[in-house]
Design a protein around this ligand. Structure first.
Ligand SMILES: [Zn+2]
Length: 241
């Protein structure tokens, strides 16, 4: 991989190229959640062809980058006050913070609202109460998805061991012994995206790498995994924090 640039209007677009087999002669352009632009290209594609392809899609790339930038700023400025948007299973809910004399925190979904009732409404406490609630929801939701998905996967004979693990930039992982870790924040994403991550990790129980055999297995099991991944990538900035 190396960095290249093209000029689009007054803007420079910087991108990396990843040369890969098995692209059926096609270039693929991705905008990553960290705002890097990556072009997958068949080996030996001349760089001039790649630059031309990037220029052709420059408008789309700039739109994607702008969306990510907005999401990024939004996530940074979250204040945990009433009126903010928070996510659960791919839906937006309006946060409502209520102060109460009681000692316990209560978090509940009521219609389109996510209601936090708490003795002290300082942002840090509201954040903590919400994160506890997301973890509790994640435990239930992921357990259920594993129970539904595992029986379809021939190489998974018993329910794998799994745990919640907060991660900054990853949704899940699979240890060499086949123990899964899932990011509790994933419960903010739509169920299709959760299933994509779960199946991605379960496929690692058979192939502990991202080899062609791995992707062949994943594609057999979940033919539309790319769309699901793209959807999750687009949400990442908003739901990882
Ligand atoms: Zn993987």
């Amino acid at each position: 991989m190396g960095d290249f640039r093209v000029t689009y209007g007054e803007h420079a677009l910087v991108f990396s190229v990843s040369y890969r087999e098995n692209l059926a002669g096609k270039l693929r352009i991705h905008v990553q959640p960290d705002q890097r632009v990556i072009v997958d290209a068949p080996p030996q594609t001349p760089i001039t062809d790649i630059k031309q392809a990037v220029l052709k899609r420059a408008r789309w790339i700039r739109n994607q980058l702008a969306k990510l930038e907005t999401a990024h700023r939004y996530a940074l400025h979250r204040q945990y006050v009433s009126g903010e948007t928070h996510w659960y299973l791919g839906k937006r809910y309006l946060l409502k913070v209520r102060e109460s004399g009681r000692d316990a925190n209560i978090v509940k979904l009521l219609g389109r609202q996510l209601v936090v009732t708490i003795p002290d409404r300082k942002a840090l406490f509201v954040k903590q109460a919400l994160n506890d609630w997301y973890r509790a929801r994640a435990l239930q939701v992921f357990e259920r998805r594993l129970a539904v998905l595992c029986p379809d996967l021939k190489w998974v004979r018993t329910m794998p061991e799994w745990q919640l693990r907060p991660m900054k930039k990853q949704w899940g992982s699979c240890s060499p012994k086949g123990r899964l870790s899932l990011n509790p924040m994933l419960v903010k994403a739509p169920r299709q995206c959760i299933d994509y991550v779960v199946i991605h990790e379960l496929c690692h129980m058979k192939h502990h790498n991202h080899s062609e055999a791995y992707y062949a297995l994943l594609s057999r099991q979940l033919p539309d995994w790319r769309e699901r991944k793209q959807r999750l990538d687009n949400l990442a900035e908003r739901i990882l924090s």
